[in-house]
Write a protein that binds this ligand. Structure first.
Ligand SMILES: Nc1ncnc2c1ncn2[C@@H]1O[C@H](COP(=O)(O)OP(=O)(O)O)[C@@H](O)[C@H]1O
Ligand SMILES: [Mg+2]
Length: 245
């Protein structure tokens, strides 16, 4: 589904990513783990073609995105759903309008044509009853599930989640992680979860990479992750001056 090969990326002389290579298979969830500022969100921008690498290749379903036209890139992006940390909903329109907005705009469809689809997506995330509610009536976890419903409307084959559980209480966290898993199992989507939370990553992902200072410093399966977790925390997540991590 996604293959990054030897990506270098710098901003204003600052090396943000260095020789980053990773793959995401179809129907696979990859967790990108790392401390704040390590380059995780930048990797998502590279996958979306929003950050142009100085070196390396970005392949999405076998297509090198540096070689496609802008309209082809737009088509590739439609296969990719994005869920940001804060849910990023428009507060002045209803939940249903939030979910259907871009779809209605891009496909030139009427409200009546889009509404059944919006209901189907809200049903998938367990929030059909919120159709006519305003975003500020929802809890943090519900807002993120609405953001996932909005990402699903294009029927993406890949969903990118940037810190999907940060700031949520344990129950809301679990509901998001279960939803991510359900989408993989029932809708066959591949996922990338960016997080600094090792427990959340372990709950949701099939494969893991750890980023530090823009470099991939570790990669492995669930079994390897479970076995090396403590060693990894000490090595990659704790600042040397911290007594306890
Ligand atoms: N637009 C930008 N201009 C300058 N520096 C940036 C920009 N975006 C990100 N960075 C820097 O790149 C590094 C990685 O950022 P980011 O990918 O957002 O990290 P993460 O998502 O892991 O917290 C950080 O040091 C950040 O300050
Ligand atoms: Mg980030």
């Amino acid at each position: 589904m996604v293959e990054l090969k030897n990506i270098d990326y710098a901003i204003g002389g600052n090396q943000i990513l260095q020789d980053v290579s990773l793959t995401v298979g179809g129907k696979e969830t990859l967790a990108i783990l790392g401390a704040s500022g390590s380059g995780k969100s930048t990797i998502l921008k590279v996958i979306l073609g929003l950050a142009k690498p100085d070196r390396g290749e970005v392949m999405i379903q076998g297509q090198d995105i540096s070689l496609v036209t802008y309209s082809e890139l737009v088509d590739i992006r439609k296969k990719i759903g994005i869920v940001f940390q804060d849910g990023a909903l428009f507060d002045s329109i209803t939940v249903g309008e939030n979910v259907g907005y871009y779809f209605m705009e891009h496909k030139n469809l009427s409200h009546e044509e889009v509404e059944p689809l919006v209901l189907e997506m809200l049903d998938t995330v367990g929030l059909k009853h919120t159709l006519d509610m305003m975003p500020d009536e929802l809890s943090g976890g519900m807002r993120r599930r609405v953001a996932i419903a909005r990402a699903l409307i294009y029927k993406p084959s890949l969903i990118l989640y940037d810190e999907p559980t940060t700031g949520l209480d344990p129950v809301a966290k679990d509901s998001i992680l279960e939803l991510i898993d359900k989408l993989k199992e029932e809708h066959n989507v591949a996922s990338v979860i960016v997080t600094h939370d090792l427990d959340d990553a372990y709950q949701a992902a099939d494969r893991f990479v750890v980023i530090r200072n823009g470099q991939v410093v570790w990669g492995g399966t669930r079994r390897q992750f479970a076995a090396q977790r403590d060693k990894m925390i000490a090595k990659y997540f704790c600042a040397p001056y911290k007594a306890v991590c």
